[in-house]
Design a protein around this ligand. Structure first.
Ligand SMILES: *Cc1c(COP(=O)(O)O)cnc(C)c1O
Length: 399
């Protein structure tokens, strides 16, 4: 049997079975659904995209995968070259892996070893945000701040190596002045904290973070697994404030195949580049640099650039703001909009019980969590389809 994610198997309702998918639509046997969550925020070009399909199929006909240990190939070379050009600043050194969680693990391992290689052995502490989510593996659970994982902390005792602060400049400054000698890195989901509840915060926090990291020699890591490729209305938040390490996942392959990248600056890379074999980065997922993933990621980035996706995202934000203007309800705490993300936060999560089925009946696939009803639509959505998604969200409260 299938053990489904994030669900009590005993009480979960049966998942919808998808038999086909095209553009923004998922098809069950009897319903056509707009995927308002882009399959966990990844399917930015929609399903069954002809150019993405073609990129994979032509690579399948050469080879699907070869290991990156001792071997290399054109798709991974072209993708790293493309990312080097596409990403801001000197974020030039791409370490590939198969999922966002692993890519964050790699970033944390990189940051730790960076200081160990320099002999700064006291720098082991991670500064992270309250409500952070960085993945489901052990170190990312520890860096995250998700109540669902607190059983881990209960089992092992509270972490000596991670401190969580709110997205408040005062708290940031305090943490730096208190811990700076031990601080290894500041790890954040920049501007938009996704799985922690679609929380949005101000750029000034990140600007101050960059200054403090520079002042105290601490590495700044942006986990843009969710925010990368336009979701916040910026290509990358890294375009606005440059981190030392950038993590990409989810939309990297247009949602076709799990793949992720931990992209280091030249400075971080230089901390490993040495005659000493002990200074090498000891990591190597079996499927890193998978040729199908790299081929489709390359095509995905080409589409993003050539078809002016940023203007599509700005249009989504504009329509969303227009349609949600003036919307309120006694059970709604706040409506938040940023780029291609809209969240209706309710006071009581119970007021969202039944929404998923309601949305299904209105031709929308949605998956509320915590006290958030949200949409992160594929960027290829039409205005009419987007309005259908937003109308469905609003209709739930006036039924
Ligand atoms: C989804 C997500 C991850 C984990 O990525 P997986 O591919 O699911 O392992 C990490 N960080 C952020 C911010 C995410 O949204």
């Amino acid at each position: 049997m299938i053990w489904y994610p994030y669900q009590q198997m005993k009480t979960m309702r049966a998942p919808y079975e998808i038999v086909d998918a095209e553009g923004v639509f998922l098809y069950t046997r009897d319903q056509k659904l707009i995927d308002s969550v882009s399959s966990w925020w990844s399917v930015i070009h929609g399903y069954k995209h002809p150019a993405l399909n073609e990129a994979i199929i032509s690579q399948v006909n050469r080879f699907s995968h070869v290991m990156l240990g001792g071997l290399t190939h054109a798709p991974v070379q072209r993708l790293s070259q493309k990312l080097e050009e596409f990403l801001p600043g000197d974020l030039d050194c791409c370490f590939f892996s198969d999922s966002g969680s692993v890519a964050v693990e790699v970033a944390l391992k990189m940051a730790l070893q960076y200081y160990m290689n320099r002999g700064e052995r006291q720098r082991t502490m991670i500064l992270a945000l309250e409500h952070a989510y960085h993945g489901d593996t052990f170190k990312t659970m520890e860096a995250g701040d998700d109540e669902d994982y607190h059983f881990v902390l209960n089992a092992y005792g509270s972490s000596q190596h991670v401190v969580h602060i709110p997205t408040d400049t005062g708290a940031l400054e305090q943490a730096f002045s208190r811990y700076h000698e031990r601080l290894n890195c500041l790890l954040v989901e920049p501007l938009l904290q996704g799985a922690g509840g679609m929380r949005m915060y101000d750029l000034s926090f990140l600007k101050r973070a960059r200054e403090l990291c520079d002042q105290y020699g601490v590495l700044l890591i942006f986990d843009e697994v969710a925010t990368g490729f336009g979701r916040t209305g910026n290509r990358f938040v890294a375009d606005l404030v440059l981190p030392d390490i950038l993590v990409l996942g989810k939309a990297l392959t247009g949602g076709y195949i799990g793949h992720a990248a931990t992209v280091a600056s030249r400075k971080v890379f230089a901390g490993f580049y040495d005659d000493d074999p002990c200074h090498a980065l000891m990591h190597g997922p079996t499927f890193m640099g998978n040729a199908l993933a790299c081929s489709v990621a390359l095509k995905s980035i080409e589409l993003f650039e050539n078809q002016d996706y940023m203007s599509k995202i700005h249009r989504i934000e504009k329509v969303t703001r227009r349609e949600m203007a003036g919307f309120s309800h006694p059970s709604v705490k706040e409506v938040r909009i940023m780029g291609g993300c809209v969240c209706v936060e309710v006071f009581d999560p119970a007021s969202l019980n039944g929404y998923q089925q309601f949305a299904y009946e209105h031709g929308v696939f949605s998956r509320p969590f915590l006290n958030c009803m949200y949409a992160m639509v594929p960027y290829v959505i039409t205005e009419a389809e987007l309005i259908q998604v937003l109308d469905t969200m609003k209709a739930w409260f006036s039924r």
